[in-house]
Structure formats: structure tokens, C-alpha cells
Design a protein around this ligand. Structure first.
Ligand SMILES: *Cc1c(COP(=O)(O)O)cnc(C)c1O
Length: 384
């Protein structure tokens, strides 16, 4: 417990918070947030039409290098629409990781498809191309250009790798394997705004990538999301289907399909524009914090997760890998009792009631990590 006390003192010191709670990831509003939101109110453009939505989309496209960025009401909606536009249909199957936030699996379910859970890599914490390849070699056949699951007879239409806690997974290898099986890739990049794989922004490798601007993410719009794609036709379809599929006309309301009201409000986008202006500073501060943590935990003999080879991570949530389940339990209880919020990984998807009948591989690394991973306070601090 002495060691845990030292860690608690260290975190309190760095966050300059001698007493009171320290949260996992708090939003920071140091810039033009109030100014831009006031502009929405003053002009009455508070809803789904307004210049901030377009500006926010442009800022995200420019920052990530995606050709098209389409704002949505949240990251789950961005995933849902990306899967729909990848032609995922009811009774199809979609491969993803069990080690993820519920949104990934839920978005798959919204299309009527069924998730398959494949193992993650021990170092990246993201979907393992080795496990993916092994699963497909054992279970899949290509028939008339479609990937069929030999065990279920169903079509495997898409794969959703997730860049866990902002650490890029081995996305190039995943894309290559999926290409061989004619499986579309939707990157769940909700946690990885500002993370790069070999110099290219996460979320720009697959057919689609998705971002989230929930309150605990690297930047926030309160709630919000973004669809990324390099395909003009898909980009236009994504905009159309997320904005009720209304045919453009000054006064007539004609809709040419069942669309979704997944629009981001101008107020939320105004926050987003102000947050984007600060993103480079946030990323710098987060990298500094990760550096300070890495040095400290190294001295403590505790494993601190650092960015994978050839990658630049945004260090969204800083992550420890403890010795075993007992140490994980003790550490989480000790720190939370001290008012320092730390938490285990999400309950694995394959252990939730809705998904415990889904097909899985051994999930060896996934289960091993679930018993050891702890996220520690990661909010931006500017005075390190
Ligand atoms: C945050 C997050 C999402 C999207 O969540 P929303 O709250 O709908 O914006 C999706 N996937 C992962 C892995 C996430 O962490």
C-alpha cells in the first residue's frame, strides 16, 4: 500500500490538487468557446443549420487529412451510418474486438448485424491482425466475391477495429487482410483524434473512420461525432442520410429515403471549432503528461503503456498494466477511496448479456488485459 500511496501523492502533485476529487478526463474550455456559443445565440442559429457545423467539418477534414468529414450527433451515430453505408444488412456479421466501449457493438446491432469478437494485440490493445487472419483462415470462405462464415453460413461484411485509448492498432495489416476477404473496414477512431499510424491520421485508412466528441474525449462538443471518408460518393451519402435524407429545396420538404436525424447542432459545432483551435496544445500537454507518467512508473516497476512502433498516440487515457487481478482490484479501490478516479477496462463485450452468445476466438490477450489494465487521470494539464 506504500507504493499506492506514493502514486496517489504523485498524481495529486502533478494535478496540483492536494484535496478533492481528480477525475479521469475533464473537458477544458480555455479558448473561444463562450464567444462562439454566444454568436449562435445572438444570431439565433442554435440548431442544425449554421456556419459552425460546416466550419467544424472543414477543420476536422483539414486536421485529419480525410477528404470528407460529416458531423453527427454522437460517435455511435457516426458508426451506425458508416456501417449502413458499408452495406451491412440484418443477419450479416461484423468482426470487432471484445475490448471496446459498448458503442462499437451497439452500432453493429442497430444495423441488425451480429458482432464477432476477435482478440487484440498485447501491445497496441487494438484488434490483432494475426488473430483476424487466423479467425478468417479457420472460419471464412470467399464465395462469389462475398466472405461467408462456414460455421454460421452468414456473410461477414465489415470489420471495426478500434484504436484503444488513442493507441493506433496495426491498421495497415488489418486493411490488407480484409481486402483479401472483401470485408469493408470502419475504423472506430472515437478515442484517437490526434493519433497517427506511420504519419497518417487514424480513421483515414478504412472505407470510413469515426470520431467522438463526448465530454470525456480529447476534445468535446458536449456530445458529437464525425464520419471520415475519402470517397466523395460515400461522403455525400453520409451527409444526406444523417440529415433526414431531405432533397435540397428552399421550401419543399421531400425526402427520398428513410434518413436519420443525426445532425450536430450549431451550438455543439461552435464548441467544436473552439476546441479544435486548442487541439495542438492539448496534444502537446497530453504527450508531456504521458512522458512524466512513463518515467515515474518506470521507476516504480509498473508497466505504463506507450505508443506502438511507428505510431504517434494522442495519449487520450493513460494506461497501466498491473501484475494481476488482485493488484488491479486493490489499486482501483485504494485510488478511488483517495478521491482519485481510476478504472478498469470496460466489461468485455462477450461477457455482456446481449453479446455472450456471439462467436469469439480465444480472446487470450483480451482476457489477460481485462484483469490488469487500469486507466489513470489524463485530463490536460498546462503547467507541468
Ligand atoms: C466514445 C466512444 C464511442 C462513441 O461514443 P459516443 O458517446 O456515442 O460519442 C465509440 N467507440 C468508442 C470506443 C468510444 O470510446
Amino acid at each position: 500500500m506504500d507504493k499506492f500511496k506514493q502514486i496517489a501523492d504523485f498524481i495529486r502533485d502533478k494535478f496540483n490538487t492536494p484535496h478533492g476529487p481528480i477525475y479521469l478526463h475533464e473537458p477544458r474550455f480555455y479558448g473561444n468557446e463562450k464567444k462562439y456559443v454566444n454568436e449562435c445565440i445572438d444570431t439565433t442559429f442554435v440548431s442544425s443549420v449554421g456556419k459552425f457545423v460546416t466550419r467544424f467539418e472543414e477543420m476536422i477534414a483539414e486536421f485529419t487529412g480525410a477528404k470528407y468529414a460529416i458531423a453527427t450527433v454522437n460517435g455511435t451515430a457516426a458508426l451506425h451510418v458508416s456501417l449502413l453505408l458499408s452495406d451491412v444488412k440484418p443477419e450479416d456479421e461484423v468482426i470487432t474486438q471484445a475490448l471496446t466501449f459498448i458503442a462499437t457493438a451497439n452500432a453493429i446491432s442497430y444495423t441488425g448485424a451480429i458482432p464477432i469478437f476477435v482478440d487484440v494485440d498485447r501491445d497496441t490493445l487494438g484488434l490483432s491482425p494475426d488473430a483476424l487472419k487466423a479467425f478468417l483462415t479457420e472460419n471464412a470462405i470467399l464465395q462469389d466475391g462475398e466472405c461467408l462464415n462456414k460455421r454460421t453460413g452468414k456473410r461477414i461484411k465489415a470489420c471495426v477495429p478500434m484504436h484503444t485509448f488513442g493507441h493506433p492498432c496495426r491498421i495497415e495489416e488489418i486493411i490488407e487482410i480484409c481486402k483479401q476477404y472483401n470485408i469493408d473496414v470502419v475504423e472506430d477512431s472515437a478515442e484517437s483524434l490526434g493519433s497517427y499510424y506511420k504519419g497518417k491520421h487514424t480513421g483515414t485508412f478504412g472505407k470510413f473512420g469515426t470520431l467522438s466528441f463526448n465530454g470525456n474525449k480529447t476534445i468535446t462538443t458536449g456530445g458529437g461525432g464525425m464520419i471520415l471518408t475519402n470517397d466523395e460518393r460515400l461522403g455525400k451519402q453520409a451527409k444526406h442520410i444523417t440529415t433526414t435524407a431531405k432533397v435540397p429545396h428552399p421550401w419543399e420538404f421531400v425526402h427520398d429515403m428513410t434518413g436519420y436525424n443525426y445532425r450536430l447542432t450549431n451550438i455543439a459545432a461552435a464548441l467544436g471549432c473552439a476546441q479544435m483551435e486548442q487541439l495542438p496544445g492539448f496534444l502537446k500537454a497530453k504527450r508531456k503528461m504521458a512522458d512524466v507518467y512513463a518515467t515515474f512508473f518506470n521507476q516504480q516497476g509498473i508497466e505504463f503503456v506507450t505508443e506502438p512502433k511507428n505510431c504517434l498516440s494522442n495519449y487520450w487515457l493513460n494506461t497501466l498494466i498491473l501484475k494481476d487481478k488482485a493488484e488491479q482490484d486493490n489499486f482501483i479501490e485504494f485510488m478511488n477511496n483517495q478521491g482519485i478516479m481510476v478504472r478498469p477496462i470496460w466489461q468485455l463485450m462477450n461477457r455482456l448479456a446481449m453479446y455472450n452468445k456471439c462467436q469469439c476466438d480465444s480472446l487470450e490477450n483480451t482476457k489477460w488485459l481485462a484483469d490488469r489494465v487500469v486507466n489513470i487521470p489524463s485530463s490536460v494539464i498546462t503547467n507541468l
